[in-house]
Write a protein that binds this ligand. Structure first.
Ligand code: ADP
Length: 607
């Protein structure tokens, strides 16, 4: 026993040592997962700003590439030509720039050129919008370009907008312009006669200096936004025009052109930015355009992108925000990963804890069972010792007294003899029970169909005679016409005697009490068979013990608290006997107090 208790203590210690570190490690791991997730979320603003930086630099490169390609065009490609010979009457015709028939790069709406000198003096202009495909050359498109160009022209008059830019590195041929092209600007102002006078000069080359393209964002009179790239082109030197007729000379003195292109803002703020986003943004980085709703699965922090304000584009301060977009970080994947890690971890932790606690519980249970078995054996040995010793000493004492002639009173002598007989009976009952248990374990009963009431009825007299009180303490409620049940006489005898003996022992009828009730022995029909019931008004059996009292050597309480004598074998024998004939035994609380011990036998014929 002591050894077992030490094992129980060791097991408890082992369980604590095993479970505590496991729980501690689990908590640490849990915190680690939470910390990692919190770090990921905390890095979102930085990641969004990084993505915005990448995006801006890629968009800037695209713009630079567009301007670099345009900047390589020769200045003559933008120019008009004066062509006095093109009509039979010698009327002046302006030949359009070559760009009219060139395929436009993506994002370019059209090209234009201005004579700055003409614009400064009397408002005359040279202008060419240039949509290239026939489909685009519709009236609405062309008039929109024209309106934009007029607006542009107005700005040129104020000049504040033009700014200066460093010259581009173009080869000489691309910088040459024939006088014919310069003359075109005068022709538009009605100087045809003057030009006619100098026609021999029209084929002469003029060297120009071209500046770099610069970007401008501006709004026209209607408030419509436009994005243009323009460059200044001025005359380098025209020595042979010195002394020429007035009109061409004026040109040579002040000639300056503004050349440029209209950039499609829709293309810039949608197509180009989307293309860039596809290239430089990762799967979780989202571009949210100005017209789009904010993304629901994204973290609250967004990085700003301004397609105008973020670049070297001249604009009014209030326009810097035009087309503002945002870059957001979609955290749904992080959240999903976080919760799946938590679930996986939770699953493993639960499985581990379940395995640990099941193992500990199993070992604990087996130790408990061993302890219980040991307690029962101890109980049994104590009970048997007590049960054997008490009657033996009593028999010995009374036999010696009779032998030594301690009393000559015949009544007293009779009393001693009766005591000796009673104690001998107790001894033999005890031995019989042990033998009965051993017998039941080794042989199997052969039940036959029998009448339960008849068999109980046959025991009535014997049970009434065999009592401890003078007044009758048993009542019988025996039902008639019960169906026969599978039974053996020995089984019924053992069951009945044990149950009645227990009732008398643990629920003895005290006739001194006013409403004392007798122990009831009943036979009755029940839904599941035919039952024998022994009902008493004793202390009852606690719910937790209702099953266990049928175990061998199990007794309620402990040796020190018990006032009754017994071996813990009576009810065990009842349950063994019941099982041997296929019957079921149970104890339940009796309404009004006490217990009902019920054995339900199987009917021999199913009706
Ligand atoms: P024993 O009577 O030798 O102790 P049993 O196997 O007959 O052994 O009974 C087991 C235990 O069940 C008893 O120790 C007693 O505590 C309890 N018991 C049996 N019958 C009754 C009863 N009618 N009322 C209350 N307790 C009972």
């Amino acid at each position: 026993m002591a050894n077992l208790r030490t094992r129980r203590g060791a097991l408890a210690l082992y369980a604590v040592l095993l479970v505590l570190p496991t729980v501690a490690l689990g908590l640490l791991q849990w915190r680690h997962i939470e910390q990692e997730h919190a770090d990921e979320i905390a890095s979102v603003p930085r990641d969004a700003e990084d993505a915005a930086r990448r995006f801006r630099s890629a968009l800037g490169e695209q713009l630079e590439a567009l301007l670099a390609a345009e900047g390589q065009r020769g200045v003559e490609q933008y120019a008009n030509y004066y062509c006095p010979d093109s009509t039979p009457q010698g009327e002046v015709t302006l030949l359009p720039t070559q760009l009219r028939s060139e395929p436009r790069p993506a994002g370019v709406l059209g090209w234009f050129t201005f004579d700055l000198n003409a614009a400064r003096t009397d408002g005359a202009q040279v202008f060419l919008g240039a949509p290239s495909s026939a489909a685009e050359r519709d009236a609405a498109h062309e008039s929109a370009l024209l309106a934009a160009s007029l607006e542009l022209y107005e700005r040129v008059r104020s000049e504040s907008w033009l700014g200066a830019s460093s010259p581009v590195d173009l080869d000489a041929a691309k910088l040459e312009l024939p006088v014919r092209a310069i003359a075109a600007s005068r022709a538009a102002q009605g100087d045809e006669d003057c030009i006619e006078a100098e026609r021999m000069l029209l084929g002469q080359p003029v060297r120009m200096v071209a500046g770099q393209f610069r970007l401008h964002f501006y709004r026209d009179a209607k408030g419509e936004p436009h994005l243009i790239a323009h460059r200044r082109v001025r005359v380098d030197a025209i020595p042979y025009l010195v002394g020429a007729t007035n009109c061409l000379h004026r040109v040579s003195e002040g000639l300056g052109l503004v050349q440029g292109l209209f950039i499609d803002l829709d293309w810039y703020a949608r197509e180009l930015t989307r293309g860039v986003a596809q290239r430089v943004l990762t799967k979780r980085e989202r571009l949210i355009e100005s017209h789009e709703e904010s993304c629901a699965s994204c973290a609250p922090h967004h990085a700003d992108l301004r397609p105008i304000g973020d670049f070297d584009i001249d604009c009014e301060p209030q326009d810097a925000d035009w087309g503002r977009m945002q870059i957001a970080i979609d955290t749904s994947e992080m959240d999903a990963r976080y919760s799946s890690r938590l679930w996986r971890f939770g699953g493993v932790a639960v499985m581990l804890l379940a395995a640990l606690s099941t193992g500990v519980a199993l070992v604990w249970r087996s130790v408990e069972q061993e302890l219980e078995q040991a307690a029962r054996t101890e109980n049994f040995v104590a009970a048997v010792t007590h049960e054997l010793r008490t009657p033996l000493s009593s028999i010995k004492l009374h036999a010696e007294m009779l032998l030594e002639g301690w009393t000559t009173d015949p009544e007293k002598q009779q009393e001693y003899y009766r005591r000796i007989v009673r104690e001998t009976e107790r001894l033999s009952t005890m031995v019989e029970r042990v033998l009965e248990k051993a017998k039941l374990a080794s042989t199997s009963a052969k039940p036959t169909p029998l009448d339960l009431t008849e068999l109980v009825d046959a025991h009535v007299q014997q049970l009434l005679n065999w009592r401890v009180t003078e007044a009758p303490d048993l009542e019988f409620e025996l039902a008639e016409d019960l169906p026969q049940v599978w039974l053996t006489k020995e089984a019924l005898h053992s069951i009945l005697v044990n149950l009645v003996e227990n009732a008398r022992k643990y629920a003895a009828v005290d006739h001194r009490k006013p409403n004392a009730e007798c122990i009831v022995i009943a036979t009755l029909r029940r839904p599941d068979g035919v039952a024998l019931e022994v009902r008493d008004r004793g202390p009852g059996v606690p719910a937790a013990q209702k099953q266990r009292i049928f175990d061998a050597f199990y007794r309620l309480g402990s040796e020190s608290t018990r006032t009754t004598r017994g071996t813990g074998l009576g009810l065990h024998l009842v349950s063994l006997q019941a099982a041997s004939v296929g019957a079921k035994v149970l104890v339940e609380d009796r309404p009004g107090g006490g217990s009902i011990f019920r054995v339900t036998f199987k009917p021999a014929q199913t009706s």
